[in-house]
Design a protein around this ligand. Sequence first.
Ligand code: BGC
Length: 860
Amino acid sequence: MAPWSLSFVLLLASYAVASNSSATISTVSASAINSSTPVTSSTASLGSTSSMSTANMSTSGVATSVSTTSSMTSYLATETGPLTLPISQYSFTPFPTPTLAPEPPIFPATDPLYPPPVSADPVVVPDFAPAWAAAYTKAISMISNFTIQQKVNITTGVGWANGLCVGNTPPVGDFPGLCLQDSPLGVRDTDFVTSFPAGITTASTWNRALMRARGLAIGQENRMKGVNVALGPMMNMGRIAQGGRNWEGFGADPFLSGEAAYETILGLQAGGVQATAKHYINNEQEWKRTQESSNVDDRTQHEIYAHPFMRSVMAGVSSVMCSYNLVNDTYACNNNKTLNDIMKREFGFQGFIQSDWAATMDSLSPVTGLDMTMPGDVTFSSGTSYFGQNLTDMVMNGTISMQRLDDMATRIISAWYFLHQDEGYPNVTVSSFNFYSPLNREVNAQSDHYLIVREIGAAGTVLLKNEGALPLYKPKSIVLVGSDAAPPVSGPNEYSDQGGDPTGILAMGWGSGTDNFTYLVSPYEAIQARARVDQTSVFWNFNDWNLANAGNSVIDIEAAIVFVNSDSGEGYITVDGNAGDRKNLTAWHQGDELILAVAAQNNNTIVVINSVGPLIIEPWVDHPNVTAIVWANLGGNEAGNSITDILYGAWNPSGKLPYTIAKSPMDYPAQLVTGGTAADILSINYTEGLFIDYRWFDAQNITPRYEFGFGLSYTTFEYSNLAITTILPADYAQMDLVQNWENGGATPIAEGSTTALWLHMPAYKVTFNVKNTGTLYGGEIPQLYIHHPPSAGEPPSVLKGFTNVEVSPGQTTSVSITLSRYDLSIWDVVRQGWAKPGGTITFSVGASSRDFRLSGTVPS
Ligand code: BGC
C-alpha cells in the first residue's frame, strides 16, 4: 500500500518529437594519425614542466596550420612500462554517424529534455542521433574561429579547487565553461539540496518509474544550482562483495544495472543537466585503484562490465568518465580498446570522455580517446597538466592531429548544446570548497523531492524474513536497540564526505559519492512519532557496546527492533581500518553480538539492516527468536520514515536483492585483492569471467542464504498463463541485418554496431498473469531469466527482463516483458559482434533468480 500515489512519478516529462533537423553531419576524412607513422614522445618531458595555462590563456596569435606528420620514433612510458600506442590501428572518425534513420514509433527522434515516458516494459528505443547532429552543427560552427589554445582550453580543467565546482572548465569565447559536480545521489558540497537514496537502494526497487523519478529530481536540483555536468550515475558492477563504492552503483547484475543507468540518465538529462556514466571501466575495488590492472577477457567485458555503459549511450548520455585503474595493463583513460574501439566505435558514443580526477596519465591520451582532463592538473594542485600547454604543443608540432583536437572540443561543446544549456542556463550557486559561502544557500533546490526519497527508501527495502512479526499492528510496547536507530550524535554531517564511524542511522556511504544532509530523519524519530498514533510505549537503547544492558532492555517488550549497519566508501578515506573497501562482511559495532544479545531475551526480535552491500548473517539468521529481517539499504534523508513505512505496512515491501547474500564470504566468486608495494601494479585477473554473483552460485551449485532477486511481501503472488510471441519486424532499411542475425550472423564491425536500433527493437513479447493470492494490496517484481544452450558457455540463468506490478487482493493482472535480439545475443569474440547462439534458448519467469514459476522456449 503506497502512502502516496504512484501517479506523480508517472507525470514525468511527456514524449515529444524533436524537430527533425535537416542538418547534415560534417565528415572529416581520416586524420593524419591514421597512418603507420609511429608517434613519439616521452612522458618524462610532458606535463611535468609546463605550467597550467588554461584559465588565463591568451586567445590570439596561434598558428592554425600544423603539420600532421611526425617522424619521431620511440616508446611511450606508462606506469606499466613502455607500450607502443596502437594509434594506427584505429581509423579515426571524428563525428560518428547515426546508425539508422528514425522509425517512429519504435525509434522516435528524441530530444534529451523530452525522453519517452517511462514504462515498466519499455518498447520504445529513443534515437538521439538527430539531436546530436543538430548539436554538432552548432558546436562546429562555434569552434570554427577558435585558436588551438582556445580549443585546448575547452578540454582542460582549470585545476583542483580553482573554481566553484569539483571540476571546472574556463570560459572560451561565447562558451561559458562548465561546472562539473558530484554526486550520483545528489548535489555534493553545497546546501539546500536533497540526499536521495543511494544507487544500491534504487536498484533494489527494480522499479523503472522510481529510477526515472529520482534521476529527474537530481537533474532538476543540479540545474537549479547551475551545475552543467552531474558526475553520475555510477555503474561499476559489484564484482567484489567488499568493494567500497558498490553502494553508489546498481548491484551485481549488468541487466539490472543497465536499466537503472538508462532510466537515471533519461531522468537526469530531462532535468536539464548533462549526465556522466562512470567509472569506465573495471573499477571494482578501492584498494590500489590507481595501481591495479583489471585483466578481463573480451566477452566478459562486453557482456558484463560494458553493458551498463552501452545502455547509458542508448539513453543519450552526454559524458563518460574513464576510471583510475588499468584495464589489461593499460590505464583506462589511455586505453584505445575501451575508449576508442568499444565506447566510440562500437557504441557510437557522441559525447565526451572525461578523466576521473587525476586519472589522466599521458599527454597522448587524446589519441586513445580521452576528450577532457579533470580536474586539469596532473596531480591535485600540481600546477601542471597533461593537456593545457602540452596539448597545444603536441597539436602544433603535429604529434596530435588538429582533427582530433577539433573532435575533442566539438564533443564537449556539442554535449552542452545537446542539453540546450546555451538557452538561459542558471548561474553556478555551489561553492564546493567553502561550505560557509552564502552562495551555497542562495538557491533552495529541494522542492518536494523528499516524497521521492521516502518512496524509494521504502520501495528499495527488501523483506528477507517474516514469521508473522510484520507489519506491526498496534504493539503495546516496542524497544529500539542499536545506534543505527538514532540520529548521529554530532549532527547529520558529522564527518566531511560522511567519512567516519557512524554514530547514528547509516543513510549513505562515504566519499565523493555523497552530499551534505540538509536534514536526516532517524528511525528513532519516525518510529516514535508513528507509535504515538497507537499509544504504544516506546523504549530505546542506542549503546552498541554494552551487550548485557542491551539484553536487559528488551525483556517483556512486545517487539524488540535491533538496528545494525555496515559502511564503506571511497579509498581516500579510511574508517576503522576499512580503506574504502570493507575489511570483512560482518555488521559494524559487533552487530551480530548485539542481535544475539537481544534475541536471547526477546522472542520477537526484528532486525533492521542499513548496509552498503551483502553481509554474512549466519550467526543469527535462523535464530528462532529472530522473527523478521528488514534489509533497508541506504535511505537518504528520509531513511527513518521509509523504514517506518515498511515496519507498519504503510508500504507493502516489494524490493528485491540486487546481489546475493552468501552463507560464507568464500562462496563469492572473487575476493578483494590486497597487498602490493607502492611501486607495484596489482594484477586482478577476472578469472570468474561471466560468472559473477548469482551466475557463479548457480553454476557451482552453491546454496546462498538469500539469492539475487529475492524479496518477500506481506501478501503472496501466483503466476500463470505464460505465452511468448514473435514481434514481426516492420519492413525497413535494416531488414538485412535482422535477417543476418536470425541466420546466426554476427553484428557487423561498424560504428554504432552495438547500439544499432534494429538490434534493440522489440523482438519477442512474453506475457503471463500475476494474481495477488493474499489479503493485502501489494507490488511484485516478476523477473525473466534466459537459459542459453550449454554450448553457448553462458551461466545457467541470466536476467534479461523485469517489470513491476501492483495488484489488489484476489485480483489478477496481465504482465508483459519484451525482449530484443540483443537480449538473446552473446558476444562472439572471433567475429567481434553480437550473435544468437545456436540451439534452443529457454527462459523462466519468477520471483527471484531461484524461484521460477513459469518457463518457456524462445521460438527459433
Ligand atoms: C571519484 C569520482 C568523482 C571525482 C570528483 C574521484 O575521486 O572517483 O567518482 O566524481 O573524484 O570528485
